[in-house]
Design a protein around this ligand. Structure first.
Ligand SMILES: Cc1cc2nc3c(=O)[nH]c(=O)nc-3n(C[C@H](O)[C@H](O)[C@H](O)COP(=O)(O)O)c2cc1C
Length: 200
């Protein structure tokens, strides 16, 4: 592996950034991990065995303002890096939020992100996670996987835009489906000139 210009998880974050309306915060360790693969694996093993809490640079103060938060990274020895434990212990305000786990891996999946998140935040709503194999992250099919996942969760740009439209009026009797079909006497929402009309 050795030094890579852009990490696999960073590429997955690029897809999410492009397809969803998100702000990004990166948890950066104070002490960088060794670039050499063998040194890195030895270092990470030590970190796990000693149950360390590596420090990270900066922090994010306004997480409380967000309702939905994506949390992700690589999988190291079947689990999220210990850095996430440091971060979670600094952020009790995430309990009760909606959390979407994601990450890249070498074959073992990213289920352990959801497990760790639930351990720290038992009151959080943890939505379907997405794990992508690091080797295939640059393939177009991986971007499509991200796109479909965001749509399933209703957090892609289009869904968010619809949710954020102002509700201006309550119509009675006439409704429009999102593809513009007009029907009478049905409940639904209509979006016209940037306003959302709810037909009850
Ligand atoms: C120290 C270390 C341990 C790893 N352990 C696992 C593992 O247990 N299971 C797995 O599927 N992949 C494992 N991998 C592979 C990474 O999860 C995978 O390459 C990932 O895409 C790296 O993301 P990044 O480029 O953002 O760091 C490990 C990689 C490293 C460096």
């Amino acid at each position: 592996m050795g030094y890579v210009e852009r990490g696999n998880t960073a590429i997955m974050v690029d897809y999410i950034k492009e397809l969803a309306d998100v702000d990004v915060f990166e948890i950066v360790p104070v002490v960088a991990y060794p670039a050499d693969y063998d040194e890195c694996t030895a270092y990470v093993t030590e970190e796990i065995n000693e149950n360390r809490r590596p420090a990270y640079k900066d922090d994010i103060a306004n997480l409380v303002d967000y309702e939905t938060i994506f949390i992700g990274g690589p999988i190291w020895w079947g689990r999220p890096p210990m850095l996430f434990r440091t971060f979670f212990e600094q952020h009790p305000e995430l309990d009760g939020k909606t959390i979407i786990p994601f990450g890249t891996h070498g074959g073992s999946g990213v289920g352990s992100y959801a497990t760790l998140i639930k351990e720290y935040y038992p009151n959080a709503t943890v939505l379907e996670s997405l794990g992508i194999s690091g080797i295939s992250i640059r393939n177009a099919s991986s971007k499509t996987m991200v796109e479909n996942w965001l749509k399933r969760l209703g957090v892609d740009k289009q869904s968010t835009a619809i949710q954020n439209v102002r509700t201006n009026a309550v119509n009675k009797g006439v409704s429009y489906s999102l593809n513009g079909m007009r029907s009478t006497g049905q409940r639904g929402i209509q979006i016209r000139n940037g306003n959302k009309y709810i037909n009850r």
